[in-house]
Design a binder for this molecule. Structure first.
Ligand code: GLC
Length: 436
């Protein structure tokens, strides 16, 4: 159970790293499936994988600089390529020009920087000879696909999957977070020519219950996401913002983490300029915290092993804001209070944080807060924001606004919008104020 005090809830912002052979074609991490590239052809990226500029300390520095508290790296993505020195396959970084265990260096760099260590691990594997061809597999349209499936044995793949997860959870010390990806029990598309639906894969194919039990036994404190086809610890909405707090069937709040890309692709995608601005990303982060969620923001390092300049600039811009505003994010969560339009509240202890997505003119009215706030300031520069409470019966006059409904606190804002990407007002609550 992930409660408010858990490191995961306190963190609120993490870095997702999608890195593997697909950084070389540089046109989305699903390139093998999208372009139906057979494993033999895809192997050219294996032969040319030479990340000579790989420096996970630089990744860690970029993450901490942006105010991120954990990092999640793709140990293996759907193409099946392994970044660590697995004893169960030759399809691994050690056998490429990289020539070493890249996960070991990643884990060491994160620990050194005080970051929590996360692994993403693909359940899907388009390289393993026993993984049956299905509707998302690169060979789905191959004329001999059905015949090849006859010789494939998912039980053997399952052993491989479990064995590799065991390696990852026993070879690198404490692992804080495991992000499995993904289940599609409903099946995908159809096999074109014959028009039959391809069967999907989910908990039975992955042996999820057994796999999860092993994970918990090997790493008792670990957090596991919700993509095994059975319940996990954290919900992982992908590429959208939930409309509100998330609840389970009993109405209890659920820990969640929205994973988001910089440009719509997870892997390095050279010609894709569909970038979210730093301001938009910050609004997404704040919106998530206001709804009790985390943001796992993705970067896709290049084939040389570096973060590309756009990612570096975006993270720096986030860091710029976080440097002065992180206390409205780290350790903060939702509050049961409806914010004014274009604004979001978060709460941490006796502080309320009002994030202004648009800067209003002059007065900002906050229902239910009259008498509950002892001091208000602009978070960015700790300059006082003056407060007032109007007589609810006062009628509007030429130069006096009408009184606000009973219980409304009014903030008197400066005309000029502060420079911050998202200005924040910090409200110090009177002792013992209940807002529930
Ligand atoms: C997806 C995609 C993928 C990406 C992931 C991130 O399900 O298959 O490429 O790694 O989600 O959450």
């Amino acid at each position: 159970m992930i409660d408010d005090a858990h490191w995961f809830s306190q963190a609120r912002l993490g870095m997702f790293v999608h890195w593997g052979l697909y950084a070389l074609p540089a046109r989305h991490e699903w390139v093998m499936s999208r372009e139906k590239i057979p494993a033999g052809t895809y192997r050219t990226y294996f032969e040319h994988f030479d990340p000579d500029l790989y420096d996970p300390r630089a990744w860690a520095a970029a993450a901490t600089g942006a105010g991120m508290k954990y990092v999640v790296l793709t140990t293996k993505h759907h193409d099946g390529f392994c970044l660590w020195d697995s004893a169960l396959t030759d399809y691994k970084a050690t056998n490429t020009p990289a020539g070493r265990d890249l996960v070991a260096e990643y884990v060491a760099a994160l620990r050194e920087a005080g970051l929590k260590v996360g692994f993403y691990h693909s359940l899907v594997d388009w390289h393993h000879p026993d993984f049956t061809i299905d509707g998302i597999h690169p060979d789905r349209d191959a004329p001999d696909a059905a015949a090849r499936n006859a010789g494939r044995d998912m039980a053997r793949y399952r052993d491989y999957l479990h064995g590799q997860v065991r390696e990852l959870l026993t070879g690198y010390g404490q692992i804080d977070y495991l992000f499995f990806d993904f289940s599609y029990p409903e099946g995908a598309a159809s096999d074109g020519a014959a028009g039959r639906p391809w069967p999907g894969k989910g908990a039975p194919e992955w042996g999820s219950a057994e796999l999860l039990a092993m994970v918990r036994e090997l790493q008792p404190g670990i957090i596991v996401n919700d993509r095994l086809g059975i319940p996990g610890d954290v919900a992982t909405p992908e590429q959208y913002q939930p409309a509100g707090t998330l609840k389970n069937d009993d109405g209890a709040p659920v820990a969640w983490e929205a994973c988001q890309t910089l440009n719509g692709s997870w892997g390095y995608d050279r010609d894709n300029d569909d970038y979210k601005s730093p301001e938009l990303l910050l609004r997404m982060l704040i919106d998530g915290v206001a709804k009790g969620g985390n943001l796992l923001l993705n970067v896709g390092p290049t084939g040389r092993g570096e973060l590309d300049p756009h990612a570096v600039a975006t993270l720096a811009a986030l860091g710029d804001w976080m440097r002065a505003h992180a206390r409205s994010i780290h350790g903060a969560g939702p509050v049961n209070l409806v914010p004014p339009s274009d604004a979001r509240y978060t709460r941490r202890g006796d502080r309320l944080y009002l994030h202004l997505f648009a800067w209003p003119f002059g007065q900002l009215h906050l229902p239910r807060l009259a008498g509950k706030v002892r001091y208000a300031q602009l978070l960015g520069d700790a300059s006082e924001i003056r407060m007032s409470v109007s007589d609810p019966h006062q009628a509007a006059q030429n130069m006096t606004a009408a009184g606000q409904p009973e219980g409304t606190l009014t903030l008197n804002l400066p005309v000029r919008r502060p420079e911050a990407a998202v200005p924040v007002i910090e409200l110090f609550l009177e002792e013992g104020v209940e807002l529930a």
